[in-house]
Design a protein around this ligand. Structure first.
Ligand SMILES: O=c1[nH]c(=O)c2[nH]c(=O)[nH]c2[nH]1
Length: 306
């Protein structure tokens, strides 16, 4: 029987790395979820059981924690790039390293109008993340950075329409020129550092500005459909951020249905809704530059997008 090993990768998923900076009484916290994976020539590990090329997932875990102390954690993109380069150096059989980092942000608890020194409350408003792929050695080294945000729950109570859609014998949806539009947005954008003057990106600034732009465009676009809103948000990011080659969205349409209060003799002019959690429309789109660079392995093992 002719069979062979196909695509494979291995690593330690979801290392919960919490780093406290306590050099002064005013502590700082970084709270990460770090997943590492190596891919390459790991044929023997699978087919004969010889593990001599395998850098254990336990070692990968230890490295994620050790680097948090030894090298510190700057932008999650830099932390991931450092880890990825290290794993390729440490594992000769590896051809690629994939590092995914989510960051849970914390605000200081306000006490008497002051941010407390060492007590924090989890920040709402989305979870920042990055997926870094590092490939090759020496001059052949290639790095890919896809960063993004998930769980960005947004709602607008008007300024959203949906009508003029295709109808057949199963269509019951009424047309509307005033509905609630709500989603829990996932957006990921691919950086092309060759598009910046000196090849570097200020990751934190770029993230903050893109998040702000996504929110302000969601608020100000008069929506004719979630599809049109996503395209408008993506276009704004590409217009204002030369360092971004393309952006992908996955957006559940969190339906809010007007409740019929007429049995109780009560009118309901767009005031009381039932928020349905399922089923939901799932609207996904990529907005890309005509001259976007080759994506290479940037989207390697990034699920949930078309
Ligand atoms: O913004 C929307 N896009 C759709 O494709 C769709 N389909 C649907 O039933 N409602 C909506 N809303």
């Amino acid at each position: 029987m002719a069979i062979h090993l196909g695509a494979n990768q291995y690593g330690k998923a979801e290392n919960r790395v919490v780093r406290i900076y306590r050099d002064t009484p005013r502590h700082q916290i970084r709270d990460l979820n770090v997943s590492t994976a190596l891919r390459g020539d790991f044929e023997d590990a699978h087919t004969t059981g010889d593990q001599s090329d395998v850098l254990p997932t336990d070692t990968q875990k230890n490295t994620a924690f050790a680097f948090a102390k030894e090298k510190g954690i700057g932008a999650i993109e830099d932390y991931a790039l450092t880890l990825g380069a290290h794993f390729l150096d440490a594992s000769p059989a590896a051809q690629g390293a994939r590092i995914e980092v989510e960051e849970y942000a914390w605000d200081r608890i306000q006490v008497d109008g002051q941010g407390h020194d060492h007590s924090f409350v989890r920040t709402g408003g989305g979870v920042r993340n990055t997926v870094v792929n590092v490939e090759g050695r020496g001059a052949e080294r290639k790095t890919y950075v896809v960063s993004g945000i998930s769980d960005l729950v947004v709602l607008k109570s008007t300024g959203s329409e949906f009508h003029g859609f295709l109808k057949d014998e199963y269509t019951t949806l009424p047309e509307t020129n005033d509905r609630i539009l709500a989603t829990s947005l996932v957006a990921r954008w691919r950086y092309d550092t060759r598009r910046t003057g000196d090849g570097s990106v200020d990751w934190d600034k770029s993230y903050d500005e893109i998040k702000g732009l996504l929110l302000s465009r969601f608020a100000t676009i008069h929506s004719l459909a979630l599809q049109q809103t996503l395209y408008g948000m993506g276009s704004a990011v590409l217009e204002q951020h030369p360092e971004v080659a393309e952006i992908k969205f996955s957006a559940p349409n969190k339906h809010h249905f007007l409740v019929d209060l007429s049995p109780f003799g009560t009118e309901n002019p767009g005031e009381v809704f039932i928020a349905a959690d399922r089923p939901y429309g799932l609207i996904e789109a990529t907005v890309t530059r005509d001259d976007a660079s080759d994506a290479g392995s940037a989207w390697h093992a990034v699920p949930g997008f078309c």
